[in-house]
Ligand binder design. Structure first.
Ligand SMILES: CC(=O)[C@@H](O)[C@H](O)COP(=O)(O)O
Ligand SMILES: NCC(=O)COP(=O)(O)O
Length: 254
C-alpha cells in the first residue's frame, strides 16, 4: 500500500497572512487537495502563529469531519501546555511532536529521545489517552539507542526528518546515500514496532527513491514543495502528481 499523502497547509497560511484578507483560503485549498485525493491535512501551529493561526484549526477539523470522513488531521508542534491544549480542543487524528525552539526558522532536527525520555513519555501518554496517534520527529541517522528510547516513550510512529535528503536535489550520489541511510534507520524503527512517516523538503522528483528505500512508509507530509508546484500546476493537479510519485493510481474523489 503506497504511503498516505498529508498536505501541509503552512505555506498557504503564510501567503494568506501577507494581507488582512481571507485569501488564499487555508480550508479552501485543503478542500481542493482532499477532493483531488489527498489522504489528510497537516498544520504546524507555531507559537508565533507566523503562518497557521490557532483560529485555523477548528475549521480544518470541521472540513474533514463534514466533507471528508476518514481524511486525517495531523497537528505538529512542540509539546508546550498551549500546544497540548490546542490538540485536546481540535482533536487531530495524529499529533507529531517536534523539538523546535519557538525562534527556529523551520524544523531542522529530530528529538534526542534518550535525553527527553521522561517528558516525552508523559506527553505521549496524555495524547494517547485522548485517542490521538502520536508520532515523533526523528533524525534520519538515529541509532539503536535513540530508537530504543523512542519505543520506550510509547510513540506509535516516528517521522523521519528528510531535510538532508531533500537537500541532495542536485547530487544523485548523495541522494542515493541519504535514501539508503533512511532505509536502514527505517528498518531499525520497524524492528521496534514503530511506524514510519517522513517529511520536510520532499518533492515529486525525490519521492520515488524514498519510497523505494522505505517500502512500508506509512505517510508523507508535504507542504513547501507541494505548494510551490501548486502555483504552477494548480492544487488539484499537483496533488495528483504527488500521489502518482508515491505510487497511487488515480484516486481523485468522485
Ligand atoms: C516538521 C516539519 O518538517 C514540517 O512539517 C514543519 O511544519 C515545517 O515548518 P514550517 O512550514 O514552519 O517551515
Ligand atoms: N512534516 C513535514 C511537513 O509537514 C511539511 O514539510 P515541508 O514539505 O513544508 O518541508
Amino acid at each position: 500500500m503506497p504511503a498516505a499523502l498529508s498536505v501541509n497547509l503552512n505555506a498557504v497560511a503564510m501567503l494568506r497572512n501577507r494581507r488582512d484578507l481571507p485569501w488564499p483560503s487555508v480550508t479552501g485549498l485543503g478542500r481542493i487537495a482532499m477532493v483531488a485525493g489527498a489522504h489528510g491535512l497537516t498544520v504546524h501551529p507555531r507559537p508565533d502563529q507566523r503562518h497557521i493561526q490557532f483560529s485555523d484549526l477548528a475549521p480544518i477539523r470541521a472540513l474533514l469531519d463534514e466533507e471528508f470522513r476518514g481524511g486525517e488531521f495531523n497537528m505538529e508542534g512542540y509539546p508546550t501546555e498551549e500546544f497540548l491544549r490546542l490538540c485536546e480542543e481540535n482533536r487531530p487524528d495524529q499529533v507529531t511532536l517536534v523539538p523546535d525552539d519557538p525562534a527556529q526558522a523551520t524544523s531542522d532536527h529530530g528529538w534526542d529521545f534518550a535525553a527527553h525520555k521522561e517528558n516525552l513519555k508523559a506527553v505521549t501518554k496524555r495524547l494517547k489517552v485522548n485517542g490521538f496517534r502520536v508520532s515523533h520527529f526523528c533524525d534520519p541517522d538515529a541509532d539503536e539507542r535513540q530508537l530504543d528510547a523512542a519505543a520506550e516513550i510509547g510513540a506509535d510512529r516516528v517521522e523521519f526528518y528528510t531535510g538532508p535528503y531533500g537537500g541532495t536535489f542536485d547530487d544523485a550520489q548523495a541522494q542515493m546515500r541519504q535514501a539508503e541511510l533512511l532505509g536502514r534507520t527505517a528498518s531499525l524503527a520497524r524492528e521496534r514496532g514503530l511506524g514510519v512517516n517522513a517529511g520536510h523538503d520532499l518533492t515529486v522528483a525525490n519521492l520515488p527513491p524514498l519510497v523505494a528505500a522505505i517500502p512500508d512508509l506509512a505517510e508523507v507530509s508535504i507542504g513547501h514543495g507541494l505548494t510551490a508546484d501548486a502555483l504552477e500546476h494548480g492544487m488539484a493537479g499537483t496533488v495528483n502528481r504527488f500521489l502518482a510519485a508515491l505510487g497511487h493510481a488515480n484516486t481523485e474523489r468522485p
